[in-house]
Design a protein around this ligand. Structure first.
Ligand code: NAD
Length: 258
């Protein structure tokens, strides 16, 4: 049976890496995220060629509950099921709270946290009915520990960890697992953007941010890769992972072990 996965925010970075890993396993995939329409279509076609399944795209805006519901409904209509839901879309803003724009707070809470409430709310009934589901929330090491100047992000990611545990309990007897993956730093466009902002907030150079702030927290002194995260998500999607639920798994080079 070909399983179907929705991956939110999969036009870039970690989401795209997870899509690559699922394509290699032959899943049907519903891509989602923003970007240049031609580039997205090229990505979709490339993944479609790699996967034994079919790869489609829906551009739902994760700040809009009605579009999120349509994303789930369209996927169920096209593929007959949503077996795997990866809540990955996210944005970042780095600033001291006194200077934190209210609009950025609202956007981060909506995209990084509330969107997962809306996708799960729409997808869980079908998973329960079919007796199989895998919900994977891409949280962060910042879902488990804090750093200064990231008030909205740390709040949203801690919220996602709480949502993960709650829905794991609600779905435990229905063949549905709910887990969070908590990456350390991955060099994606989201992090590249943060380097400059953090340099400004802390009054240091961009190299100092990479080496002394980001990798300072990671004992391995290596950035996490999207391939490593894709492999973890593939494992969580298997039958073998049926008893792994309610877990928030750090993939962070030892960051939160300290
Ligand atoms: P990225 O900027 O490379 O990708 C973000 C994706 O989300 C893109 O596809 C973008 O189009 C999409 N997106 C943004 N706003 C959206 C919206 N309103 N509706 C739909 N899609 C939207 O970022 P990334 O680094 O790959 O981050 C992906 C996830 O991983 C985020 O939740 C992030 O918090 C988390 N994360 C990243 C790191 C890291 O170091 N990069 C570490 C821990 C957790």
């Amino acid at each position: 049976m070909t399983r179907t996965a929705i991956i939110t925010g999969s036009t870039s970075g970690i989401g795209l890496g997870i899509a690559e890993a699922f394509a290699a396993e032959g899943f049907n995939i519903m891509l989602n995220g923003f970007g240049d329409a031609d580039e997205i279509e090229a990505t979709r076609a490339e993944l479609d060629a790699k996967s034994a399944g079919t790869v489609a795209y829906n551009g739902a805006d994760m700040t809009k509950p009605d579009q999120i519901e349509q994303l789930v409904l369209q996927t169920e209509e096209q593929f007959g099921a949503v077996d795997i839901l990866v809540n990955n879309a996210g944005i970042q803003h780095v600033a001291p709270i006194e200077e934190f724009p209210i609009s950025k707070w609202d956007a981060i809470i909506a995209i990084n946290m509330s969107s997962a409430f809306h996708t799960i709310r729409a997808a869980l009934p079908g998973m329960k009915k079919r007796g199989f589901g895998r919900i994977i929330n891409i949280a962060s090491a910042h879902g488990l520990v804090a750093s200064p100047y990231k008030s909205a992000y740390v709040t949203a990611k801690h919220g996602i960890v709480g949502l993960t545990k709650t829905i794991a309990l609600e779905a435990a007897q229905d063949g549905v697992t709910v887990n969070a993956v908590c990456p350390g730093y991955v060099l994606t466009p989201l992090v590249e953007g943060q380097v400059a902002d953090t340099a400004k907030a802390r009054g240091i150079t961009e190299d100092e941010v990479k080496n002394d702030v980001m990798l300072k927290a990671q004992p391995t002194k290596e950035f996490v890769t999207v391939e490593q995260l894709g492999a973890v998500c593939v494992f969580l999607s298997t039958e073998a992972a049926a008893s792994v639920t309610g877990v928030s798994m750090p993939v962070d080079g030892g960051w939160v072990a300290q």
